[in-house]
Design a protein around this ligand. Structure first.
Ligand code: SAM
Length: 284
């Protein structure tokens, strides 16, 4: 069976009485080259165990199963149970866990199910939970690589650097833990139903060390969030509303002593700049 053929998908889903759920971000792929290319991009071999999030009807799962040693797919929608039982019948190395990935103990999976394998993630993510899912995957530091399809706009935010319009606190968070890279775009016409926006496949490679040294990681991330929460304000003004216990004059002194203009905006600072400023503010 061709799991990306429009008519075959329609027949399969009608046969099982399946209804698409918008709230579960269900947009299934309808072009065979895409799951193949995503699975190829994930760098799989028989020593690799893949966590997939949201198998849908299993078009990417089948490609992962062909290339990896082991596949565990977490699917929230239990109504896909009979569909997946049919479509993945030949995939011996693949297991489906019906659960919400946001409530799933990933450490247990990696330690128990993926023991002796190289753990990676590969998925066409449900768009409505992209940010919390990526945050969970990346901050857990459990996976060597995370290769996922997400909205292009989010992919650009994740990869952007200082001075770029898409530069964001979320991007800095993911760049702290990984090196992100946009691999290729996928148009809305390749999905059923079609989403409104273009998608991108990105690969996030876990970093052995963060890109900068900081004394207090929590303070660093509080600082980054504060700077981007009010990105139209100067950095000093944004920080003074976020850190009311520190006098504005002292914040200005910290900014200037790091070599920045007192009227600089947070979006102009690199990760290393934020790290230096965070260590300086940490002294107060
Ligand atoms: N992999 C399929 C494909 O590429 O055609 C389907 C991808 S579809 C964009 C996202 C899938 O994630 C759906 O099957 C949806 O039911 C599932 N899903 C949504 N929220 C989820 C969650 N919190 N945990 C696990 N799966 C979820």
């Amino acid at each position: 069976m061709n799991l990306t053929d429009y008519n075959q998908i329609r027949d399969l889903l009608a046969h099982h009485g399946f209804r698409f759920s918008k709230s579960m971000g269900q947009n299934f792929l309808t072009a065979a080259w895409i799951p193949e290319k995503i699975a190829e991009s994930a760098g799989l071999d028989d020593q690799t165990a893949v966590l997939e999030i949201g198998p849908g009807i299993g078009c990417l799962t089948v490609e992962l199963s062909r290339r990896a040693g082991k596949v565990l797919s977490v699917e929230l929608d239990r109504s896909l149970m009979p569909v997946l039982a049919e479509t993945l019948a030949g995939c011996e190395n693949t297991e489906i866990l019906f659960a919400d990935v946001l409530k799933t103990d990933l450490e247990k999976i990696v330690q128990e199910d993926f023991a002796s394998y190289r753990p990676v993630v590969c998925a066409n993510l449900p768009y409505n939970v992209t940010s919390p899912v990526l945050t969970k995957l990346v901050t857990s530091r459990l996976f060597e690589t995370v290769t996922v399809m997400i909205q292009r706009e989010v992919a650009r935010r994740i990869c952007a650097g200082p001075g770029e319009k898409d530069y964001s606190a979320f991007g800095i968070l993911l760049q702290w833990y990984t090196k992100p890279e946009i691999l290729f775009d996928v148009p809305p016409s390749c999905f059923l139903p079609q989403p409104k926006v273009t998608s991108s496949v990105i690969r996030l490679c876990r970093r052995a060390e963060p890109p900068a040294q900081v004394r207090d990681e929590k303070l660093f991330f509080d600082l980054v969030r504060a700077a981007f929460n009010q990105r139209r304000k100067t950095l000093v003004n944004a920080l003074s509303s976020a850190f009311p216990r520190i006098e504005k004059g002292m914040l200005e002194e910290a900014v200037v002593s790091c070599g920045f203009d007192s009227r600089i905006r947070g979006e102009a600072l690199s990760i290393a700049d934020f790290a230096r400023l965070s260590d300086q503010i940490g002294k107060y």
